[in-house]
Structures are given as C-alpha cells and as structure tokens.
Design a protein around this ligand. Structure first.
Ligand code: MN
Ligand code: MN
Length: 488
C-alpha cells in the first residue's frame, strides 16, 4: 500500500527525539540556538510552517525553475545581445551583482546554522531547503556575471567584491556578518526571515524585476523573479519563531531585533538599491520611484507584520519616513564625488532625468538640483578634477556609509565617546544600535579609521589599490563623459 503525501509528510517533518547521551541544553547551546532558551516541550513542539514542502517536491519544483532561467539565457545568448542594454542599466546590474551575489552566500550559511541549531525538526528541514535556495541565489548571479564579462571586465566584481575592502562592500559585509553570520538561530529567523525576506527582498526582486523587464534585460528579470519565489517560501520560518518568542517572554527582545534590522536594512538598501533605481534606470523602465516602491512593497508589508503580532512602530519611524525623500539623493551625490572608489560608473542626471526627479520628489529641485548644477558647471569650466571629492568621507561606525544624510536644514550625524575612543554615526538610530551592543561593534574600524591608524594607506591612489581597484579601468567614472584627463 502506498501512503498518500498527507499521510506521511507530517511524520517526516516532525522527527524530534529525546537525547540520551547529551542534555537538550548541550545539544542546542544558547550561543548558537538563541535566547530565550526554552525546552522543546514547552515552546517549540508545535512549531509549524504554513506551506509544507517535501524534499521530492522541492527538487522537482527547483529543477523546473532552474531550467526556465537557463532557457531564457540560452534563447537570448546571441552575439551582441548585451549591446541593446542601456549603458546606465548595465552599471546598475554591475552594482547589484557585486553588492549581493556573495551576500546570498552569507544567507546560505545562516540557513545552515538554523538547519543545525533551530529548535524543532520542521524548522530545521525548512532551513535545509532554505540553504539550498541561497546557494542557488549565489550561483545564478555568478553565472550571469560571468556572461557579462565579455562586455565589461568589471563584472568580475560579482565574485571579487566581497574579497576586497571596497568602501561600499565593507558596509554590506558588515551588515551581512552582523545579521547572518555572527547570529544564532533565533536571531537569524527574526532578522533574515521575518524582516529582510518578508519586507526588503520584495524591493530587490519584485521591484527590480519589473524594471529589468522594461529595460529589456530578460535574463536578469527572470533570475530575480525566480530567486524571489524561493525567498517567499523560506521566509515563512520567521513567523512561527516570533510567535514562540512572544508567548514565552521574548516580546521586548523581538521588538529590538525588529527595530535594529529594519534600520540596518533601510541604510543598506537605500545605498545599494535606492540610488541605482532613481539614478541608473532608463526613464522608460522606471515603473515607480524608489520612494514609491518602499511605500508600496516594503512599508505596507512591514506594517502588516507589526499588526499581526502587535509590535510597536520603531521609535525612529518619523525619521525614516522623512528620509524617504532625501537620504538616497544625498548619498548619490557622495557616490558621484567618490566614483573612483566604485566598480561601476555614475552619470550626472540628464534633463529628462532631472524632470522625473522633480516630479517624484518635490523637494529635489530646491535641495539637490543646485548641487548638480554646480557639478555641471565645474565640468564645464575646470574639467573632471574639479568634480571629484578628494578628502575622505566621514564614515558611520555602525552602517559604515558616508555620514551624508543631511536633510533640508538638518544634519543627522552624531557622535559618542567610549573607552577613550570617539565614534561617529550617520544618525541617532545607528548610534542607538551601537549603544545596545557596544561589545559587538566597538572594536570594528571603518575604512577611514584604518587610514587614520595607518592600517590602510593615506595616499588616495594607494588607497584605491588597497580597496581592490588595482587598475585605472577597475575604477568608476562619469558614465557619459568617461574619463577625460588623468586624475591627480
Ligand atoms: Mn536569497
Ligand atoms: Mn533568503
């Protein structure tokens, strides 16, 4: 007699047993399994995901998804295919690939930690499938990046980026190491599954996929959409973990992780997705602005999650909403000035793009357009050298980004003294996170700290080499003018 799926699946998902040779506490130590530490019987035995998947279903579904990405890649792999892509869009893809390909690999390791140290077998099985997903999310961008090498050598940053000390990569690596690699199973379920995957990955994969479609980059679109279907499945790990925590006195702790992760995501995604969406996407492909995407895909979903568990809004919510109008515009100006430290090129906004920005962000005309005017003017009258920033930016000791989040009439940077060392922060929420976990973050040094202590070279060209930009071609340029003169 053959058992039907529903007759065996629950039995196969729930294979927890009593340990005879070690205690449950030794089997799942708090440092790796997380806290509050609770016995399986009291807190975890009823752990359950909403959509159940067996291993054979997983393999079948993934194989179909894999083949359909490869089919698009094959159908499109004609010579000169990439010539049709908008040059600014190519920079967006290069930025995205470098910033995220190996971040996905960090997520694979996080899923594997839950696969061993998650407290219920159903959780561990879901995380096992999640780890396989994340390995796939690393391999697909590596493959596409490799294909794109034929048009641009800097697509090697897809793999190379995380092995360098590039300014932006240090920030993304800091974020992924904090949230994924140096975390226990409970923290990972909240940070990665509950906050990042139910909220922010929509921005990456739904919003960016819609833009890729309009930008005629169909293999990239297909890859992003395919990745998102995996995220949606393993993201369900978060909810039952949050539920167990709330039931057993962990509400306050969960709220802290929620607030912390939201803010850290906001900083990283405005830097790596916000700026390219509003400055590198061809106008015809801009289905929405970054702010509109954030409101529609990220904020709404996050609000639903908060309501479901009666969490409070993060205390910095008003600042976050204000920043939707200006933070990524400020950072874009900083990036343009420091473009030699990037592995992709950046344009100054064209007339058409300026009109779009004025329309989407009513304060842009007043706050940012005059600065771009001055840059255009500098190009005109003094040449490229006058459009580059030569002094190093102040970097935030938490998010590692330039402390340039200056809104109209308001500088959000702040500082802190601790054990004789001064720390700089881009904002109160970054300082608040640091103060919550000073042991965790206190000894890390930003790129600028490293220059000051002599660990990194202070000469700009030497520093570029130190950051992985060892040839002039590996450094960012003005996208439309290219480089006109050797940069002093
Ligand atoms: Mn992923
Ligand atoms: Mn994931």
């Amino acid at each position: 007699m053959t058992l039907r799926r529903d007759e065996w699946l629950d039995l196969a998902r729930k294979v927890d047993w009593s340990y005879r040779y070690v205690s449950e506490h030794d089997m799942f130590p708090p440092a790796l399994s997380g806290e509050p530490w609770l016995t399986h019987d009291e807190a975890w035995a009823d752990w359950s995901e909403v959509y159940r998947t067996s291993y054979s279903e997983y393999v079948r579904n993934q194989s179909v998804k894999e083949l359909s990405v490869l089919a698009v890649r094959d159908a499109l792999s004609k010579p000169r295919l990439h010539d049709r892509l908008d040059p600014a869009w190519v920079q967006l893809v290069k930025f995205h690939q470098g910033a995220f390909a190996l971040g996905e690999y960090a997520a694979a390791l996080a899923e594997l930690r839950m696969c061993r140290f998650g407290r219920d077998s159903a959780w561990r099985i879901m995380a096992n499938l999640g780890a396989l997903d994340e390995i796939r999310h690393t391999q697909i961008p590596l493959l596409l990046g490799h294909d794109l090498l034929e048009m641009d050598d800097n697509f090697d940053w897809t793999h190379k980026a995380y092995h360098t000390n590039n300014l932006i990569v240090v920030a993304t690596r800091h974020f992924f190491e904090d949230g994924f690699l140096a975390s226990n199973a409970i923290d990972i379920a909240i940070q990665l599954n509950f906050v990042i995957e139910t909220g922010f990955t929509n921005l990456q994969f739904m919003a960016l996929a819609a833009m890729a479609d309009r930008a005629d980059h169909h293999v990239f679109e297909k890859a992003l959409a395919s990745i998102q279907t995996d995220e949606a499945r393993h993201a369900q790990i978060g909810h039952p973990v949050v539920r167990a925590l709330i039931r057993h006195g962990g509400r306050e702790y969960a709220q802290y992780l929620l607030d912390k992760t939201w803010w850290r995501c906001w900083r990283i995604f405005l830097a790596t997705t916000g700026t390219p969406m509003d400055y590198l996407t061809p106008i015809a492909a801009r289905t929405r602005s970054f702010k509109e995407f954030m409101q529609e895909w990220v904020v709404d979903q996050f609000m639903r999650n908060l309501e479901e568990f009666e969490f409070d809004l993060p205390w910095f919510w008003d600042l976050f909403l204000e920043e939707l109008d200006y933070a990524h515009h400020s950072l874009q100006l900083a990036h343009y000035g420091y473009r030699t430290m990037l592995w992709f090129d950046l344009p100054t906004p064209s007339d058409l793009e300026r009109a779009w920005l004025r329309d989407k962000y009513p304060t842009w005309r007043q706050t940012y357009e005059p600065i771009w005017d001055r840059i255009e003017d500098a190009w005109e009258r003094q040449g490229e050298a006058a459009t580059l920033t030569y002094t190093l930016p102040g970097l935030c000791n938490l998010c590692q980004l330039s402390t340039v989040f200056i809104g109209p009439g308001k500088n959000t940077a702040c500082s802190l003294k601790r054990n004789g060392r001064s720390y700089l922060f881009c904002s109160q929420p970054c300082r608040w996170i640091f103060e919550h976990e000073p042991q965790r973050f206190g000894s890390h040094r930003t790129v600028v700290d490293r220059v000051v202590t002599g660990e990194a070279p202070s000469d700009l060209l030497d520093l570029l080499v130190w950051m992985g930009h060892d040839t002039p071609e590996s450094r960012g340029r003005d996208l439309r003018r290219r480089r006109l003169e050797p940069v002093p």
